[in-house]
Design a protein around this ligand. Structure first.
Ligand code: EPZ
Length: 430
């Protein structure tokens, strides 16, 4: 079984290059099927989730040409079916972006209904509400969401909850609808804006992405484009909190500092020095960390995808911190693992009450999901002694070459496959 082994206690120091945003890439890949012309996408992260979505696209006839590990050409002129199988949805929820993309282009799509997942229940009522408002019929049969429309018409849609996925799906479905669509209370995440920019580069007419109202004037067709995906806000934030927790000095490069503001603000608050440059941010953690309160919120609030990482750092701060998770109900599953490393954290409902401890100690831990997995690696890097991290396939969904990038900062971490590898690692580091 593949694991990470980590020998902690070394401050992370140096520079790390941040890749393309996984969550922008997933939306953009799905949207790339909306033209029959060839689309070139650069700065594509080479992670499990994007690779599975590409496979799902190939399964319906999309031609995918990988020019290199971060550049892909997509041609959807030979799509031969509009059904996305359960297998893909089981592996990656974001396959459901093909629902909006195929509905928008072919006026029909069938995608397996995603279930809940490790971070909690994941309803899709807002996606369905948006498709219906555009004139589509939506029904759920035999585990599939089936949506079709004789004609898609622009509409005024108010989102009852701020949803990244629903905003993205409805935006794609509306791009070629007749007339104007207005989405009120949309998600404003950088990847929503990136998708709008991508679609506009294909000839769409979308205004207001990133604000409280998105206006989409339908166009009759989309055309070829070449597009570069934005840097990954969450990958960058993960390395920034790794610097904080290990008492390190890390510069994340190829980032958009504006996207990192809520993360930088919290790092400042807990006593780190954060220095912004044009496309880099440096985090220096040279003083004892302070406690703080934080609540996850839609962008520009503090991201739920950074909640486990800040909790790991606050677990090592002076005093009592409170972390409130307002987006997903089950996103504290990793706390039991952290407790095994010596953290003192009590979870009550959607709130974690954290009494800072002086140190963590290495342990055998298991990643419960993608971001919590990365956060537990940070804990292991900060801890005294050796840890093993199981279920790293979750981490590989969204972090490219994670151990390699951490080793570039001086971390002692390796991906291993068996006991022999672990013994070799132990022999080398201890
Ligand atoms: C996206 O998920 C991200 N995934 C998640 O990142 C991220 O945690 C989340 O947005 C929040 O920022 C991708 O971009 C592929 P939502 P998504 O719809 O779109 C409720 C990661 O680690 N809701 O914004 O599924 C929902 O229950 C992943 O990279 C409804 O009630 O999230 C949640 O409470 C994990 N009805 C809230 O909205 C709906 O129809 C936000 O969910 C849709 C959502």
């Amino acid at each position: 079984m593949e694991q990470y082994v980590v020998y902690g206690g070394t401050p992370l120091v140096g520079e790390v290059e941040i890749g393309g945003a996984k969550n922008a890439a997933l939306a953009i890949l799905a949207a790339s099927v909306m033209t029959d012309e060839t689309v070139l996408i650069e700065n594509m992260p080479d992670v499990r989730d994007t690779n599975i979505l590409l496979q799902a696209m190939e399964s319906i006839g999309v031609r995918v040409n990988r020019i290199d590990s971060h550049t892909v050409e997509v041609n959807a002129s030979s799509i031969h079916e509009l059904v996305i199988e359960d297998d893909y949805i089981k592996k990656i929820r974001a396959s459901y972006y093909l629902l909006g993309a195929l509905l928008g282009k072919y006026h029909k799509a069938e995608v397996a209904l995603p279930g809940g997942c490790n971070i909690g229940s994941r309803p899709i009522d807002q996606h369905i509400k948006g498709f219906k408002a555009l004139g589509a019929d939506v029904r759920i049969e035999h585990g599939l969401i089936i949506t079709e429309a004789a004609h898609l018409r622009g509409s005024h849609i108010y989102m009852d909850v701020v949803s990244v996925g629903a905003t993205i799906n409805v935006m794609m479905a509306a791009v070629m609808a007749e007339g104007v669509t207005i989405i009120e209370n949309p998600a404003k995440e950088p990847h929503v804006v990136d998708l709008a920019n991508f679609l506009n580069s294909m000839g769409a007419n979308i205004r207001g992405a990133g604000t409280d109202v998105i206006r989409i004037r339908g166009v009759s067709r989309l055309h070829r484009t070449e597009y570069t995906i934005i840097p990954d806000q969450i990958e960058a934030g993960t390395f920034m909190f790794a610097a904080a927790a290990t008492k390190g000095d890390v510069t994340v490069r190829n980032v958009i500092p504006k996207h990192l503001e809520s993360i930088s603000a919290k790092l400042n608050e807990i006593g780190c020095d954060v220095v912004e440059a044009e496309d880099a941010v440096r985090v220096v953690s040279s003083r004892p960390l302070n406690h703080t309160h934080v609540k996850t919120l839609p962008y520009p609030g503090f991201p739920t995808d950074m909640q486990p990482q800040i909790t790991v750092a606050l677990g090592l701060s002076c005093g009592t911190s409170i972390v409130t998770e307002s987006i997903y109900e089950s996103r504290f599953k990793y706390v039991d693992e952290l407790t095994r490393m010596g953290a003192s954290i009590k979870v009550e409902g959607n709130t974690a009450i954290i009494d800072g401890v002086a140190r963590y100690t290495g342990a055998g831990i298991t990643a419960p999901d993608l971001r919590a997995g990365a956060a537990l690696v940070i804990a292991a890097l900060a801890a005294e002694g050796m840890s093993t991290v199981d279920d790293i396939h979750f981490i590989e969904r969204g972090y490219e070459r994670f151990p390699e990038k951490l080793r570039g900062l001086g971390a002692q971490i390796e991906k291993v496959e068996n006991e022999r590898d672990i013994r070799k690692f132990r022999f080398r580091v201890v």
